[in-house]
Write a protein that binds this ligand. Structure first.
Ligand code: PLP
Length: 381
């Protein structure tokens, strides 16, 4: 059997990692400003994380959701404390798409409606409802195109108001910093007005924090920059530093009903042990604060170098914390490939001309400066 060929791959196999560095099978070291697609939160192979996962695996990797799992309760308590959502409830699954799928289901169970408002350029995952809320016709199969979703522009409240006033919208789902959409940030006025409208018309506000959350923005959740509390928050990626896990944080206004949501693997012992270790490290090493500090340094320095004419082809630098978009006036393909091949540095990308930086949250100032030096070289300054 061969692999189902859906990924255009770089001809590199990554064999091991440490912190913000990875090594390929030939022993070549790379600086990782991609974090395996925003997944690595506390750094590759952090010893505390490895130890916690190893110990748990030696004890028990998995049992079912039909018995008590104290690790799930501990994770809910710790996540509530560290994120500022102690009165919310946690439902654990295995991926980001599953988190959004369950969030939308819950919203529909709650108000009985079926219409969803999503943003232009949104990405929410590839399962049925999550992909329908994703504004990319290329990945919506005919079986997923069920007419539930209306896509509206970011930061232009009037079209949202018109739709919400109809009183039939089940949920609004948004990324406060769009990832795949090219690092576009909502404004405070827009998000606050959306919150007010959702309250008025009994629409559920879902913040997809799968990429921008878990400390990446320099606050635990990106929406916390805008003084708004969503009804549902979805997380995945950084929650377990690469072990598949997702979570739905659910406001106290939702009453759980036995059997309404469920999963075989979600919240398993191994994942919970890893997620608890991730929270230990985030707190002990002050990684949210580090993301704010190093992210601001990257954004400021990139802007300064652009103004000084040292970054030809860069037309915009945007983002918050360690979620940064560098827009070019040329396709990203050549500079990104040269960063990997010549400078041994991984970055992400979006659209055709945006380089996306999504490093582990432990990126140091020296590593940030090393990236800027490599980027300048590649752009020929
Ligand atoms: C904002 C956002 N939502 C949802 C997802 C889907 O997550 P997963 O690939 O774990 O299903 C992603 C993945 O990139 C994402 O960036």
């Amino acid at each position: 059997m061969k692999l189902f060929d859906v990924y255009p791959l770089f001809d590199i196999a990554i064999e091991r990692g440490k912190g913000c560095r990875v090594w390929d099978e030939k022993g070549q070291e790379y600086l990782d400003l991609y974090g395996g697609h925003a997944v690595i939160s506390v750094g590759h192979c952090h010893p505390h994380y490895v130890e916690a996962m190893t110990q748990q695996l030696n004890k028990l990797g998995f049992y079912s959701n039909s018995v008590q799992n104290p690790l799930q309760k501990e994770l809910a308590e710790r996540l509530g404390k560290v994120s500022g959502y102690e009165d919310y409830q946690l439902f654990l699954i295995n991926s980001g798409a599953e988190a959004n799928e369950n969030a939308l289901k819950l919203a529909s169970f709650y108000n009985g409606r079926t219409r969803v408002l999503s943003m232009e350029k949104a990405f929410h995952g590839r399962t049925s409802l999550a992909v329908e809320a994703t504004n990319n016709p290329k990945i919506i199969a005919p079986i997923n195109a069920n007419g539930h979703v209306t896509y509206l522009p970011i930061n232009d409240i009037e079209p949202w108001r018109r739709e919400l006033e109809k009183g039939n919208v089940c949920a609004v789902i948004i990324e406060c910093i769009q990832g795949v959409g090219g690092i576009r940030v909502v404004t405070k006025e827009f998000l606050q007005e959306l919150r007010t409208l959702c309250n008025k018309f009994n629409t559920v506000l879902i913040c997809d924090e799968i990429q921008c959350g878990y400390g990446r923005s320099g606050k635990f959740f990106a929406h916390q920059y805008f003084d708004v509390e969503p009804d549902i928050i979805t997380v995945a990626k950084g929650i377990c530093n690469g072990f598949p896990m997702g979570g739905v944080l659910i406001s106290p206004k939702f009453t759980p009903v036995y059997g309404q949501l469920g999963t075989t693997f979600g919240g398993n012992h191994l994942g919970c042990a890893g997620a608890l270790a991730v929270l230990d490290i985030i707190e002990k090493e002050k990684l949210v604060e580090n993301a704010a500090k190093v992210g601001q340094f990257l954004i400021d320095t990139l802007k300064k170098e652009k103004e000084a004419g040292n970054l030809p082809h860069v037309v915009d630098v945007r983002g918050i914390g360690l979620m940064i978009g560098i827009e070019l006036d040329i396709p990203y393909k050549e500079p990104r490939t040269r960063l990997i091949k010549e400078e041994h540095c991984f970055t992400g990308c979006s659209g055709t001309n945006v380089i996306r930086l999504l490093p582990p949250l432990c990126l140091s100032m020296e590593e940030a400066q090393a990236f800027i030096d490599k980027f300048k070289k590649v752009l020929g300054a």
